[in-house]
Design a protein around this ligand. Structure first.
Ligand code: AMP
Ligand code: MG
Length: 382
């Protein structure tokens, strides 16, 4: 049994990087850039008016000789005593040194007189936002990044291929929701949570058919999953008579990184490499599987995409005291209220209603002493 931190380090060491692909900018939201992007022009591309008003040089009275609008620049040059009507964002004509706000001007016919004194030239200088050659470093693309890339005149971006994850649920007792189920059967639920988690992290997930607890079925599913970047098995990971996963994986040549972690829920977790895929063997208990998904699968996917793998651990104050923790790190289902956290009374690893109500995993390190109400503890938002 190894500590969570060691297990995570070994999982992250199994990460490989998916290749890159080029996508149109309007398909790039949420994708992770594979290479930097470079601006192909200055922004703004010309000195632009920052206000509606009149472009002019120094002086207090001018003749208005034309107009500069957005998309319709004034072609000529402004001479002494001349001004051009200008709107916000329009090019400032040659010869002008400033934009006089329209509020600071009195206009009669084509003559203007400066009546106010708002300070500043009211000009956005060419390249003030960014210059041609400006580089945007690889990142997961948020809406503002897409606007920036568009303004940089970058119509396509090179992004990492989405990591592919194959999800294999194992167990003679499992049936899919909606399928006929006998009283002694269980509806397969874990795959749905894990698929959603993978997709929220930028991956694509494929739920394979349920593998019954026999070697041939499991081998068949592993074979069907072979092209995935990550293969996740669910269930059959402990050492019961019907827990085949470890045995079959060893038979088909998995290079095991570890089996069993000092945590609860989730102790029977295993990880390794099989062919070109990273394998995570999750316990079947719904809470164990989903907690292990948060603690190991999502960090793995982030690392594969070149992102910071660790979700931010936050702090909150205990609403009620907690007993001392034992020799395994405990990830307690808990709810948050402002900066106060309450661990649920029932922590059984089969209680899905409690997990669905939880918005945090309260983290108890190995051997954490008893805690009083009001003490600060760590948690992972979920
Ligand atoms: P196992 O790890 O195979 O011993 O499974 C532990 C418990 O989790 C058993 O009660 C299983 O029925 C249940 N279980 C296993 N896989 C799933 C699944 N995909 N969805 C829901 N429950 C499961
Ligand atoms: Mg099982």
């Amino acid at each position: 049994m190894i500590p969570v931190e060691e297990a995570l380090a070994r999982v992250l060491a199994l990460a490989n990087t998916p290749g890159a692909e080029t996508v149109a900018l309007d398909r790039a939201a949420g994708r992770v850039m594979a290479t930097p992007a470079t601006a192909r022009r200055d922004q703004p591309p010309f000195d632009a008016a920052a206000m509606d008003g009149y472009a002019a040089a120094e002086g207090t009275a001018f003749t208005v000789i034309g107009e500069s609008r957005a998309g319709g620049a004034f072609a000529g040059r402004i001479g002494t005593g001349e001004a051009v009507r200008i709107s916000t964002g329009a090019p400032v004509p040659a010869g002008a040194t400033r934009v006089i706000m329209q509020e600071d001007v009195q206009r009669i016919g084509d003559r203007i007189t400066v009546t106010g004194t708002s300070p500043g030239a009211h000009i956005r200088r060419r390249g003030q936002d960014f210059a041609a050659g400006h580089s945007l470093a690889p990142r997961r693309l948020r809406p503002a990044d897409l606007a920036l890339l568009a303004a940089m005149d970058v119509p396509q971006v090179e992004v990492l291929r989405r990591p592919t994850v194959a999800l294999i649920s194992t167990g003679d007792e499992l049936v899919m929701p909606g399928d006929p189920a006998r009283d002694d059967q269980i509806i397969s639920s874990n795959g749905f949570a894990l698929k959603a988690m993978v997709e929220a992290e930028g991956g694509t997930a494929r739920m394979l058919p349920i593998a019954p607890d026999d070697e041939a079925s499991l081998r068949l599913m592993l074979d069907m999953a072979r092209d995935a970047d990550v293969i996740v098995t669910i269930g059959g990971a402990s050492v019961g008579d019907h827990d085949l996963v470890g045995r079959v994986l060893a038979d088909v040549g998995m290079d095991l990184a570890f089996h069993k972690v000092a945590m609860r829920p989730g102790k029977p977790l295993m990880a390794g490499r099989i062919g070109n895929s990273t394998l995570l063997g999750l316990p079947g208990n719904p809470i164990s599987a989903i907690v292990c998904g948060h603690l190991f699968l999502l960090p793995l996917l982030r690392r594969m995409q070149g992102l910071e793998p660790m979700a931010a651990i936050r702090q909150a104050r205990l609403a009620a005291p907690l007993a001392a923790n034992g020799p395994r790190a405990h990830y307690m289902r808990a709810s948050l209220d402002g900066d106060t956290i309450t661990a649920f009374d029932k922590q059984d690893s089969a209680l899905l209603v409690a997990l669905a109500e939880a918005d945090a995993l309260l983290i108890r390190p190995i051997g954490d002493p008893a805690r009083e109400a009001g003490e600060t503890v760590d948690y992972l938002p979920i």
